[in-house]
Ligand binder design. Structure first.
Ligand code: NI
Length: 202
């Protein structure tokens, strides 16, 4: 497998609608394997063909690992999808804001509203028709990748122009929020102790 070069903004291929995949031949299988390899090396959860300079309706997606009750990753719990010519055929009215990044816009993240759940029709790597029901983070990744196939990037869909940060800004903001939450937690704990003391003494 070959690691492919990921194209970044402002490369215009990212803004073009991809051509449908029509031949599910050996060349396509090689391309798909190389895209999977490239996604994994880049620590991505999805990669669309335009991101490696190929204007095609093709994307690979690998879900986040599931976590056990201790918050540890469960081995081999990631799920790999290859989708060709995908279409979102249904989306939930429920929407959810979340933070997204993109391998083609390195160093930045932004907040985007997405449907909580979607149903997708596509073809798999051999051309077989598939139907997928997705929700949560997996549904978000699918919406992000399918946007790529239509020349749409997450920065087009920010919840607000201000909700776009460098990785460092976002990290610092999250740290500050977590510290604030921890302090509030301590205050609550102190209040609870104060309330529970008289009970204990009675
Ligand atoms: Ni992306």
């Amino acid at each position: 497998m070959t690691e492919l070069q990921i194209v970044t903004l402002p490369d215009e291929v990212l803004r073009k609608k991809g051509r449908p995949v029509t031949k599910f031949d050996d060349d396509l299988q090689t391309l798909i394997d190389d895209m999977i390899e490239t996604m994994r090396v880049a620590n991505g959860v999805g990669l669309a063909a335009p991101q490696i300079g190929r204007s095609l309706q093709l994307a690979v997606i690998e879900t986040l690992p599931q976590v056990d009750e201790n918050g540890e990753d469960i081995p081999d719990s990631r799920e790999l999808f290859v989708i060709a010519n995908p279409r979102i055929v249904w989306e939930s009215r429920d929407v959810i804001d979340g933070i997204e990044g993109c391998l083609s816009i390195p160093g930045y993240v932004g907040e985007v509203e997405r449907a909580y759940a979607v149903r997708v029709r596509a073809q798999d790597r051999r051309g077989k028709q598939i139907k997928l029901r997705l929700k949560g983070w997996t549904a978000r990744i699918f919406q992000h990748e399918i946007d790529h196939l239509n020349g749409v990037l997450y920065i087009d869909k920010l919840t607000d122009r201000e909700n776009f940060w460098t990785d460092e800004e976002y990290y610092n903001m999250r740290q500050a929020e977590l510290e604030e939450e921890a302090e509030e937690g301590e205050e609550v704990a102190a209040e609870e102790t104060a309330v529970s003391k008289p009970e204990k003494s009675s």
